[in-house]
Design a protein around this ligand. Structure first.
Ligand SMILES: NC(=O)c1ccc[n+]([C@@H]2O[C@H](COP(=O)([O-])OP(=O)(O)OC[C@H]3O[C@@H](n4cnc5c(N)ncnc54)[C@H](O)[C@@H]3O)[C@@H](O)[C@H]2O)c1
Ligand SMILES: OC[C@@H](O)C(O)[C@H](O)CO
Length: 269
């Protein structure tokens, strides 16, 4: 992405761009993918949930007149990831934007965390993110058109959530953030911007699973979370659309190696 013309009005349009979204089948990934499509980008959804991904793309096609495709892939499988990016590149002809929302969490005291669970969470959240950004950057470099890569970290990269424990998850998100900064420096000469969005508490199936784990206590935990947020509520997934469109667009031509924290003020208190 080049410096925008100083005399042109600021532009957030994504017309003519192709955006790949991992974890786009549901939750935050789906809403961000919808936001990109609403602003003119063709979209390709990568998710391990094949049917949910297909349905997500059908919804996008009903709402927006853009090209949209769905790809079943486990982001931890580097060969499958390379293959799926080849196929997306062939189908859509280019890749301009990548959002890496595929991620998992597991609430569990650190003392009880198993080695398998620890390896799995790093495999999905860190390795999976790296394999996808690497493949997207490769296509962007080959085409020579630059691009915008947006990783999904978390406010948990900065704070320790309370009262629930998920230390390995927090560590994966800190790793994603540092990866974001390092790649931004390495790939700036290729006109590839790398930024992160760090959400706070959002109403999605990932968090519902944590609340459900508390049984009757789930309502109290939700209230406790809300009491820690200056805005007094959890975020709704569509509230990430504006930020992702901004970071993907020419309007953010000088924004790289940094993050936008979208947490209703949680980390400000
Ligand atoms: N919900 C929140 O409050 C919150 C806050 C901060 C960060 N995040 C991050 O945002 C991202 C999306 O979270 P969400 O709340 O929408 O969760 P979610 O569970 O609703 O969605 C995650 C998506 O990732 C997909 N996925 C998981 N493992 C995968 C794999 N190995 N390969 C391919 N796809 C895979 C899932 O199938 C699902 O569609 C995650 O990275 C999460 O850590 C969420
Ligand atoms: O604490 C649960 C997480 O899913 C969380 O919503 C997020 O990462 C923000 O801390």
């Amino acid at each position: 992405m080049n410096p925008s013309d100083a005399n042109a009005p600021v532009s957030f349009t994504l017309k003519g761009k192709v955006a790949v979204v991992t974890g786009g089948a549901r939750g935050l990934g789906y809403e961000m993918m919808l936001g990109l499509a609403e602003n003119g980008a063709s979209v390709a959804c990568i998710d391990i949930l094949k049917e949910t991904g297909t349905k997500a793309i059908e919804c996008i096609q009903q709402k927006c007149s853009v090209q949209a495709s769905s790809w079943a892939c486990n982001v931890t499988d580097d060969k499958a990831v390379s293959n799926v990016f080849d196929q997306i590149f062939q189908k859509h002809g280019r890749i301009d934007i990548l959002v890496t929302a595929a991620g998992i969490n597991k609430m569990c005291p650190a003392i009880e965390y198993t080695a398998v669970d620890f390896r799995t969470i790093f495999d999905v959240n860190v390795n999976g993110t790296f394999f996808c950004v690497q493949q997207a950057a490769k296509r962007m470099m080959e085409k020579g058109t630059g691009g915008s890569i947006i990783t999904i970290a978390s406010m948990s990269a900065h704070i320790t959530n309370r009262p629930q424990c998920h230390a390995p998850y927090n560590a994966t998100k800190a790793a994603v953030l540092q990866l974001t900064k390092s790649l931004a420096c390495e790939w700036a000469p290729h006109n590839i911007r790398v930024t992160a969005i760090s959400p706070g508490y959002f109403d999605t199936e990932m968090n519902q699973a944590i609340l459900d784990q508390q049984g009757e206590g789930g309502k109290a935990l939700r209230k406790e979370w809300e009491s820690l947020v200056p805005k007094g509520r959890m975020g709704m997934p569509h509230e990430l659309k504006g930020v992702v469109v901004f970071l993907a667009s020419e309007a953010a031509s000088y924004v790289t190696g940094t993050e936008v924290i979208v947490d209703g003020g949680y980390t400000a208190w």
